[in-house]
Design a protein around this ligand. Sequence first.
Ligand SMILES: [Zn+2]
Length: 480
Amino acid sequence: MRTVLGLVTAVALLLSPVVGAVGAAHADLNDVVKALGAASVKSLQYTAIGGVNAVGQSIVPGLPWPEYNVKSHTRSVNYDTASLRDEQVRTQALEPARYGGLQPIRGEQRLIGLLSGDVAWNLVGDQSSSAPIALADRQFQLWATPHGVVKAAVARNAAMQGRTIAFAAPGRFNLKATVSEDNLISRVEGLLPNPVVGDIPVVIDYWDYRDFGGVRFPTRIRETTGGYPTLDLRVTDVRPNAAVDIQVPDAVRQDPNPYARVATQKAAEGVWYLTGGTHHSVVIEMQDHIVVVEAPLNEERSAAIIAATRKLVPGKPIRYVINSHHHFDHAGGLRAFVAEGVTVITQDVNRAYLAQVLGAPATVRPDIQAKSGRQPVVEGVGERRTLTDGARVVEIYRIQGIMHHDGLLMVYLPKEKLLSQADAYTPAPPNVTPPMPPSPFNVALAENIARLKLDVGDMLPLHGRLVPVTELYHAIGARP
Ligand SMILES: [Zn+2]
C-alpha cells in the first residue's frame, strides 16, 4: 500500500510542472510583486476588527483555543528594518469567563507586542519587557504578511515553483506561500518551534484583496494555529508607507534573557519558592530526591530552575515535576525536565496528550529533549495523590468545578500548611482593591480549600507572590 501511494505521489510530482506551465502562463515572483504593488512598499500599517484566540489555553487538551473580541488590531511593519508592532484591544467574549489566557477581562485589555530584528518585547503601560519566547512567532508574522512573503523571497533568491513560494529562517520558521490565479498571496503555511509540542503549524488565509493607493492588501485574514482558529480579522484601513519607527528600548537590551533570572525564597525547611518575572516554581526536598512543582515557559526557564535546584539541594536527583495543567505557559518547560529523565505528574485529562507531545520531534529548532531521544514518563492523577518519603507529605488535589481548566492540580503540604496553585488565584499587587464581583476562579479555589478542609497558612502561587491565605478571602470578599 505504501509503495503504491509513493508511486502515485511521485507521478503527481513529475506531472505538476507541466500542469503548472499550462495553467499559470509562467507566473513568477515578479508578477506577484507587481500584483501586490510591493516594490514601492517599505512599511505598512493596517487596522482591523474581529476575533482572536489564545493559543495553548483550552479547557482540556484537544479542544479549540478560547476566544476574545478584538475591538481593534493595529499592525505596523517596517520591512527595511525587519520590525513590527502589534497593538490589540480585547474584550471578553465568553460569558461566563472560562478557559485560560488572562480571563475574565473587565472592560478592555490592551496588548502590545514588538519586534526589531532579533529582539522581541512587550509593552505594558510604559514598561517594556523582553519577550524572547515570542521571537520566532513575531518574525513569522512579519514575513508572512503578503508583502513580507515576496520581499523575503526576493531577498533570499527563493524562486516560485508552480504556485508556491517557500523559504525558511533557520531555527525560527519554515514558510510556504500559495499564489492565487491573480498572482496574490492567498495562503501562508508556517511551521514554528513550540516549547510544548516541538513544532506547531500556523496557517494564514488572505482574501478579498482591495486597492489602497496602488497597493493591494487583503481585507479578510483568518489564521489557525495547531489546527484551531487563532485569528479572524476584517481589515478596515491600510496605510502603505506609514511612518513606522521601532527602536529596541534600553530596558530590553539590558535584559536579553529574563527566563534565566531566578529569585529563591525559603518557605519552610526544605521548601523553596523559586520566582521569576512571570511564572514561578516550588522546590520540595524529600529524603533521597526532589519534587519540583511546575516547569513553565520554555527550556531556558527550566535550565535556570534545574540549576537553582541543584544549588539548593546538591546531590539529590529531581524525580518528579508536578504540572499544574497543560496550558502552554505552564507546560513549556516540561520537555527539558523529560530530557533529564524526570517523571511528569499531571491530572488524568492531560496525561495522554503530554505523553505524546513531550516526545514529539522539534525539527525547526531542535531542543534538548529532541536531542535526548527520551521517551516521556507521564503519570496521571485523578482527584488526589500523595507523595511521601515517610517524613514529608506532599498532597496533590484536582481543583474541582473551576472553569479555567478541567484538569487543574494544586499541591498542599499539610505539615507546613503551604498551598501552591496556578491560575486559580493570582494575588493582586498590594493595596489594590479586589475586583467586584470577584473572579469565579478565586471563588472556586476557596470552595476547594473548604471542601478538602485544608489548613492553609501561606500560599505559593505560581504567578504573583507569597501571601497568607487571608489575601484570597479578602479578594473574594469572604471570611475564611
Ligand atoms: Zn492556565
